[in-house]
Write a protein that binds this ligand. Structure first.
Ligand code: XMP
Length: 512
């Protein structure tokens, strides 16, 4: 792998993704990892990320100078650039010229490999207080900015380079080109991280782990569990049984997508549990959001557990597939192994006497890679590109008690909004587009010659990177108008469509 050494800023994951976009496998490691351990991972290159500290601060993370004697190509970014300069005998100083945000990079006449053939002046993204004032011996300085005389350098003989600015962020023009040049032209790495190779590797790994044992997998309708199951199925065929609990709270067409399209595309053995009545009965009259979540979580575990028992009774089930992604692994400290579990993040806490080992074929992957795999595995587009959808489903988008009729109303309105968003070609521009039914609110309207007394629905399109923060999406007025007209015309119970223009914080994405 290419190791991305994390110095504690948020940039490490972004760098790791950019390296993967260049078709080179990357892994994030903490800066506390000794060089010996890094070498044990057989790195083809090491990238030192940015970080919040000053290299001169007491206790600032340093780069062990051993690192530069290993012969492994190294790229330093921002803090990593300074740490590298200092470790190799250059000078880093507090020049009083700070740069935060966009600035202008002036490429030197001797542009080197990293910056060759790029425009002489480029917008780049900076975030630094200290600056490198003198490059280490053997390095050529290839660019400057108004606040940094040494903004990029490289030492081709030593296969080392670095930039004070952040090539991994979108605000830096040609940033991806620079990273790619480091990987291919300076470090000499051949691109090989492709969907086909990932599939081959995972299939081999799953076979080795599972052997001839049986595996189960819960499908939610979301892309992660769908891709994880498809990979496992490719590896071990009918040793895998998928369970789909239809809780009756999905959107129009989603159950069919799993029950028909997914099975047609993958050929997996699927056990469908139609539990809609059970969930509706349990939710009868419940209006409190947390209460709804608890009930749905509880019922889900009961139903899944029952299905798992039935399947286990028939065969030797030892493994449970889980769609854990790389960001979860990184954020939880990068723990390894496949411990026996009692609780399941997505499925809810399974009881103690149902013990499975986990199969997690996506735990090295980012979401965009999972989508690419889904496509390579032949999954239908609507499933691969489905927006995140909460486990409790439409129950937390009906403000008020959940009922069959209210679900039908919300499904109809939601389907129109989704159809129009897709028709406008904007699916991939929004993170999520909840439609919310204010079931206990009524307002007066007029339709044809008659007075109506109907319910409002709320459109809640949001843009986000990770759902932790979000902004309301500025959808085109024409699109909003079409959605509004269609919903009020086609869904008789709804006579008003409103737009939620609250960011998160202070609002959350969902209304409950
Ligand atoms: P909020 O509403 O907290 O949502 O801004 C953040 C993200 O989480 C999803 N969400 C849930 N997902 N069970 C889930 O599986 C839940 O109870 C739940 N509540 C919110 C929401 O759709 C958004 O993507």
């Amino acid at each position: 792998p290419v190791l991305v050494v994390d110095y504690g800023a948020q940039y490490a994951q972004l760098i790791a993704r950019r390296v993967r976009e260049a078709k080179v496998y990357s892994e994030i490691v903490p800066h506390t990892m000794p060089v010996k351990e890094m070498l044990a991972k057989d790195p083809v290159a090491i990238i030192l990320s940015g970080g919040p500290s000053s290299v001169y601060e007491a206790g600032a993370p340093q780069v062990e100078s051993d690192l530069f004697e290993t012969g492994v190509p190294v790229f330093g970014i921002c803090y990593g650039f300074q740490a590298m300069a200092k470790a190799l005998g250059g000078t880093v100083a507090h020049t009083g010229r700070r740069e935060f945000g966009g600035t202008e990079l002036r490429v030197a006449p001797e542009a080197g490999v990293l910056l060759r053939d790029l425009p002489a002046s480029l917008p780049v993204w900076m975030s630094h207080g200290d600056s490198v004032t003198e490059a280490p011996a053997g390095f050529t300085v290839t660019a400057a900015t108004p606040g940094a005389e040494v903004a990029a350098f490289e030492d081709l003989a030593g296969r080392r380079a670095g930039t004070q600015f952040h090539p991994e962020v979108g605000h830096t023009a040609h940033g991806q080109d620079m990273l790619t040049r480091f990987l291919y032209d300076i470090a000499g790495i051949a691109p090989s991280w492709t969907s086909d190779n990932i599939i081959d590797d995972q299939v081999a790994a799953i076979r080795a782990q599972v052997g001839d044992k049986e595996v189960i997998c819960g499908l939610s309708g979301g892309v992660d569990s769908a891709v994880a199951a498809a990979l496992v199925h490719k590896a071990v065929g009918d040793q895998l049984t998928c369970v789909f609990v239809d809780h009756g709270l999905l959107r129009a067409g989603e159950a069919e997508q799993v029950e028909e399209d997914y099975v047609a595309a993958t050929g997996v053995k699927l056990k469908v549990v139609d539990a809609a009545d059970r969930f509706l009965t349990a939710l009868d009259g419940v209006t409190d959001p947390e209460q709804k979540r608890k009930i749905i979580g509880r019922e889900f575990i009961r139903v899944f557990e029952q299905a798992a028992r039935e399947i286990a009774a028939e065969g030797d089930v030892e493994f449970l597939v889980q769609g854990t992604l790389y960001p979860d692994v990184v954020e939880s400290g990068g723990g390894t192994g496949t411990a026996n579990i009692k609780s399941h993040h997505n499925v809810g806490g399974l009881p103690e006497d149902l013990k499975f080992s986990l199969v997690e074929p996506l735990r090295t992957l980012f979401k965009d890679e999972v989508r690419a795999l889904g496509t390579a595995l032949g999954l239908p587009d609507p499933m691969v590109w489905r927006h995140p959808f909460p486990g409790p489903g439409l129950a937390i988008r009906i403000i008020g008690a959940v009922s069959h009729d209210r679900l039908e109303v919300l499904r109809a309105a939601d389907q129109i909004a989704r159809e129009e968003l897709t028709a406008a070609g904007l699916d991939r521009d929004v993170w999520q587009f909840p439609v919310v039914l204010l079931a206990d609110v009524r307002s007066v309207g007029v339709q044809g010659d008659g007075r109506t007394y109907g319910h409002p629905v709320v459109l809640r399109p949001v843009s986000s990177e990770d759902a932790m923060t979000a902004d309301w999406s500025r959808l085109p007025y024409e699109l909003l108008a079409r959605i509004s007209t269609r919903i009020t015309n086609e869904v008789p119970e709804v006579n008003r469509v409103v737009l939620d223009i609250t960011s998160k914080p202070p609002g959350t994405i969902e209304w409950e």
